[in-house]
Design a protein around this ligand. Sequence first.
Ligand SMILES: C=CC1=C(C)c2cc3[nH]c(cc4nc(cc5[nH]c(cc1n2)c(C)c5CCC(=O)O)C(CCC(=O)O)=C4C)c(C)c3C=C
Ligand code: FES
Ligand code: FE2
Length: 413
Amino acid sequence: MAMRACRRATPTTRVLRQWTRSMATMAPPVMQDSTGSKGPTAMVFMNMGGPSTTAEVGDFLSRLFADADLIPLGRLQSYIGPLISRRRTPKIEKQYAEIGGGSPIRKWSEYQAAEMCKLLDNMSPETAPHKPYVAFRYANPLTEHMYQQLLEDGFGGGKGGRAVAFTQYPQYSCSTTGSSLNELWKWRNRLEGKRANGEVEPQGSIQWSVIDRWPTHPGLVEAFARNIEATLATYPPERRDDVVLLFSAHSLPMSVVNRGDPYPAEVAATVYAVMQRLGMKHKYRLVWQSQVGPQPWLGAQTSDTVKNLMKKGNTDIILIPIAFTSDHIETLYELDKEVIGEDAGGHPGVKRAESLNGNPVFIQALADLAKEHLHSGLACSPQMALRCPGCVSERCLHQKEFFAGQAKHLQAI
Ligand SMILES: C=CC1=C(C)c2cc3[nH]c(cc4nc(cc5[nH]c(cc1n2)c(C)c5CCC(=O)O)C(CCC(=O)O)=C4C)c(C)c3C=C
Ligand code: FES
Ligand SMILES: [Fe+2]
């Protein structure tokens, strides 16, 4: 009886089995085939993920509050983390219920990765075929499942093969991309090429490289600019030039900012590049949203800013989510329902630019960026090797050494 219960497929295992079957026809990694291609190349989209259904909110939050790279709770992490996540679950479940019952991050990530790979197969035959994977930090498909899938698909496990960890956060923060890379590095060590004596086998394991940041990539800037222009076009021409552009990014605790995290500077770089592309024709500000808990966070807060601007008579405002590439609870609930709906009193002049989601200009940008990376021979950006001035994390140290050290295994194309 117990055996039968164990064998019954859960929705997750069913999806994994179907996926495994569909991937079974894939050729195992070869370094050079008769067409001269060095593919297949695994393109792994890394992001935090979100609960696809309200039933997954509890697990999502418990993983999130267990992550010491995001929320460091010291030696009490494994005790306090679950307490906070359990207390927070009902409130967050309600928010996901209000945006249609779950986060669309998985749908968009899988679509973006698959569409980018189709473009890349034409643009970079030298590294084709490109195989899309998604690795989430706190929701399915989790990093460990993605890694197991890579091995089942014939990458690594003594056979080698090339994989690119492509962060879907355009701006680098140690709490986001850094955490995903620490997780990837952890599972790489657990799942790949351990010898009996515990040493990691360098031969025949996956050759990793990382696209770790892309805050001012011209394609990204173009995609943001076009969405802003489309929203500007909805205002009467005589009001258009006076619309205030309010770029909104997820905030960081001041403790993270003061540790020297690169994210605030990189978000500001994106904003400036978009403003330059728009000809610097509008008033604008970069503001910060989604603060959690009692400690000080980077401001000014998005919701306060909208209220203050409106008090001062600026009632034509476009909110632009600038640090995330698809819709999620922060755009669909916090901006659309709380800021635009309640704080702005539903004023028709306060609008939001669409998220990048399935925008073809954005998907092309992802492909351009991936091609540039694959042909660069770089393991990661030079910037990734430098730790935050205030970093004391051994995980960061070893993870950065590992990924930067992959340069010696990468072959020129
Ligand atoms: C660039 C994006 C993000 C940064 C930087 C970021 C930092 C950060 N976040 C928390 C705490 C929480 N974040 C939560 C949800 C959440 N965070 C982001 C993005 C960034 N976070 C997104 C897109 C989401 C929602 C995902 C979705 O399903 O749509 C949550 C959970 C929700 C809640 O309880 O309010 C927490 C908690 C910290 C502490 C932090 C920096 C250190
Ligand atoms: S916290 Fe930034 S490198 Fe460790
Ligand atoms: Fe967050």
